[in-house]
Design a protein around this ligand. Sequence first.
Ligand code: LMR
Length: 390
Amino acid sequence: MLEALNPQPQDKILQLIALYREDKRTTKIDLGVGVYKDPTGLTPVMRAVKAAEKKLWEVETTKTYTGLAGEPAYNSALVKMILGETDRAASVATPGGTGAIRQALELVKLATPGATVWLSAPTWPNHPSIIKFLGMKMAEYRYFDAATCGVDFEGMKADLAKVAPGDVVLLHGCCHNPTGANLTQAQWAETVAILQKQGAVPFVDLAYQGFGDGLEEDAAATRLIAASFPEVLIAASCSKNFGIYRERTGILIALTSPDRKAVVQGNLNFLNRQNFSFPPDHGARLVTMILEDEALTADWKAELEEVRLNMLTLRQSLADALRKLTNSDRYDFVATHRGMFSRLGLTEAQVLRLREEHAIYMVGDSRINIAGLNAQTVPILAQAIVAVGG
Ligand code: LMR
């Protein structure tokens, strides 16, 4: 049986982790996978997470199964953090944001097997990979303008005007991955109007809330969408904003009408049961403990804000260094991009030269993880970019 298997394509982001590990050069710089690093290069366990873990050890009395949808307290705390008060949300805890995306797509397949899922060009590579794996139809809408490294909004609008009723449109709620280019509030409002006209179902991927303009600000587009459509899917992750990557903590929210909520909830529970039964609880419980405790929430928010501001400082200093070295403003977009990533607009050949000649690792499309930099490595990266002709 197993000899019938063909090798699978490697995930380009994960492949980069292995290449970086194998590199013996001590000067190497990792700007690959989207993991936050502090200025010393460490991905810290956040203070509030540590405190919650300590308390959990003391108060936890059982490891018996939780519910199929996860612990209700987690779901309601996270729904509130993302959307504020709502009574339209069916939700399930999932293994990370990826688990939420997978479950959302399975739900779409169950409800409307013929629907096309529209993705931004480009998007996180795992989006099309999962859609293809599930055998679903997909299409792309223009998003990134290679000339300006901003959003090609005219192209995006023209493509979204082709969406058919009932099609699903995947939108990055904030901090677009891989580009770092984001819609303005006015552009979000226009996007909503087009999607309403087309009768589309929005599907928001919210993996970086708190990494862009702030916790509340980063939820604004998702909230606008939630208020504007009868049905919305939201896949959110706690991996980045709580720094609990390996705990696999995510949520899938399906907004619907009150009379459909029970059926939708039942389908979400069913899908969890088919795929993994009960969602992981440890990370979800830590998140709940933090969000239910005023002091822990305040400390978590303060640390998240430090993380966000650190990335903004790095953005500004990289943009400044490149402005000086190139004597032009063509990299100013690095400072206006938001989130963990920026797509620099370099060619694949230049990205390869950066790796081979300068031991600087970034994804082949020239996406850098801003948090992989620090005050010492910003000028090194800027000089290397110029050295490879960027
Ligand atoms: C990334 O885009 O680097 C992260 O979301 C990590 C991943 O799973 O790809």
